[in-house]
Design a protein around this ligand. Structure first.
Ligand SMILES: N[C@@H]1[C@@H](O)[C@H](O)[C@@H](COP(=O)(O)O)O[C@@H]1O
Length: 261
């Protein structure tokens, strides 16, 4: 796992956009894994800037979302399909029919989850998966206790996650759905490159566990320690509990430029 500590979101966004630009230059029909939440927003803004400057085209790319709330109406602004369109995909030349997410309004939930797994596999798998991390260590919506071998399925959100996300629902925790459909940990682990972003001290303990803790379903993100190509980008606050922070800084500073993330 590569740990990259940067001064702030702007520097992190630039490095991640470099990785996406490089991928799309080499493979214009690459498959992107998109995350919602506030962590990737600076990355999306930077990708939009580069698209507007004529540096990146998403016209042939495809994208899959990590997760979706269950039961929100199709036009609800917090439905992740709508959130990602507003934050990113609707601002670039990525055709909307190339963007898929789990179907949170499906009547047959197991069938919808299986269909989503099949769609990702049929696209050849995800090349680069963006990830945030919950303060309880979840990735996508894989809450503590999630099977490390899990695939796309329905999950019940923890009180903590619903409280964390209440800010997107006018501060009303009761307005946050109890259920979601989420890619499983094994689904996420099938992506070829995992890129996790975390900023702020609220993430410091989860980041410490992710990078330096034992692999455990209690901190689901720790499964990433088993991934052969995982990059974790942090600001100083999110990195503040890392025991080997100085070493990670030294490794990144002495990294050959051609290597990229
Ligand atoms: N399902 C999303 C996750 O994919 C995201 O990583 C997490 C952190 O969000 P934020 O980046 O806003 O802190 O929030 C939600 O729970």
């Amino acid at each position: 796992m590569e740990v990259v500590i940067q001064p702030g979101s702007a520097q992190i966004a630039s490095l991640v956009a470099d990785a996406v630009e490089r991928l799309l230059t080499e493979t214009p029909d690459a498959v992107l894994g998109l995350a919602t939440g506030s962590s990737p927003l600076a990355v999306y803004d930077e990708l939009v800037r580069r698209h507007e400057a004529g540096r990146i085209s998403f016209a042939r790319a495809r994208a899959f979302l990590l997760d979706e709330y269950v039961g929100l109406p199709a036009d609800h602004p917090e439905r992740y399909r709508n959130v990602i369109e507003k934050a990113f995909t609707g601002r670039v030349d990525l055709p909307s029919e190339h963007v898929q997410g789990p179907d949170g309004s499906a009547q047959d939930v197991p069938a919808a989850c299986a269909a989503y797994e099949e769609a990702i596999a049929a696209a050849g798998g995800v090349d680069l998966q963006l990830l945030g991390i919950g303060s309880d260590g979840h990735i996508a919506f894989n809450e503590p206790g999630s099977s490390l071998a899990s695939r796309t399925r329905i999950k019940t959100l923890t009180r903590q996650t619903r409280q964390d996300n209440a800010r997107f629902f006018g501060g009303d925790v009761d307005a946050v759905p109890h259920h979601c459909l989420t890619q499983g940990l094994a689904t996420i682990m099938s992506a070829r490159h995992l890129v996790l972003l975390a900023t702020g001290s609220a993430k410091a303990e989860a980041v410490h566990q992710l990078v330096e803790g034992p692999v455990s379903a209690m901190w689901p993100a720790t499964v990433m320690q088993h991934h052969p190509h995982a990059t974790v980008l942090l600001d100083g606050a999110a990195a503040s509990r890392l025991q080997l922070a100085d070493y990670y800084r030294e490794v990144f500073e002495s990294k050959p430029g051609w290597q990229g993330l």
